[in-house]
Design a protein around this ligand. Structure first.
Ligand SMILES: O=C(O)CCC(=O)C(=O)O
Length: 236
């Protein structure tokens, strides 16, 4: 299940968009293909950074994020605490929730983005201890800017738990993408200012747009959470 709730006003999103643009020198390019050179993060991202370097990247970028987006983190932690009925904090030592930035050339016009489950908690918390709840993780995407033709998340009614069972049963090499031929692709549309929340254990993919216009961009705040002793630890 995926839940979307309004969190920011369009004005606040525009302010954030402008600030993100002012910080362009700090955007981290992700990947090497022409498409990827227009795809960035602002902040460390555990699924993209080399695991040996992630904590260093986080340490260098977190102060900048806190300086410019402190009010956003306060809103976010307060909002998630209320919605999830448990305290939510920025996870110590991990990258703060950060920004995904797709400039025009990087926008997907076909459903070819990675089809995946969000399992990055396995990297974030490599030595699971007592009180860590990996069964009910959290992924969230707060939309700040969308292409003219909109945007959203593609998803399939197929959970990681089911994938694991299927994988064991089939006993063959398989990728999450392979199961997409069995099920209809669903679409969860995003709206600017709304935060979409799900477990990350539902098969999903960054959604494409059918047409891209000059100047189109897709900018989101992306983060994940794990409950540790009843407190949501948020990171990217
Ligand atoms: O940007 C989105 O719509 C979702 C991003 C995503 O799937 C992820 O970061 O795991």
């Amino acid at each position: 299940m995926i839940t979307s709730l309004e969190m920011l006003t369009p004005d606040e999103c525009a302010r954030l968009d402008a600030r993100i643009k002012e910080l362009r020198a700090h955007w981290i390019p992700r990947g090497n293909t022409p498409r990827d050179t227009s795809f960035f993060t602002l902040g460390a991202a555990i699924y993209l950074d080399d695991p040996a370097e992630y904590r260093g990247v986080a340490e260098r970028n977190n102060p900048l994020l806190r300086e410019h987006f402190g009010w956003l983190y306060e809103r976010l932690t307060g909002f998630l605490s209320r919605q999830l009925r448990a305290p939510a904090v920025l996870a110590p030592g991990l990258g703060h929730p950060g920004f995904h930035i797709w400039l025009t050339p990087a926008l997907f016009t076909t459903p070819e983005a990675s089809v995946h489950f969000d399992l990055q908690y396995l990297r974030a918390f490599p030595t699971p201890g007592p009180g860590m709840d990996f069964e009910r993780p959290l992924s969230f995407t707060l939309t700040l800017r969308l292409p003219r033709r909109g945007g959203g998340l593609n998803l399939w009614e197929f959970t990681f738990e089911r994938y694991r069972q299927f994988y064991e049963r089939m006993n063959t090499r398989m990728q999450p993408k392979d199961v997409t031929v069995l099920l209809p692709r669903l679409r969860h549309p995003y709206t600017v200012g709304a935060i979409a929340m799900h477990s990350g254990h539902l098969l999903h993919q960054v959604g494409e747009v059918d047409q891209v216009f000059p100047g189109d961009e897709r900018i989101t705040l992306q983060g994940h959470g794990v409950q540790v002793h009843g407190v949501w630890q948020l990171y990217f």
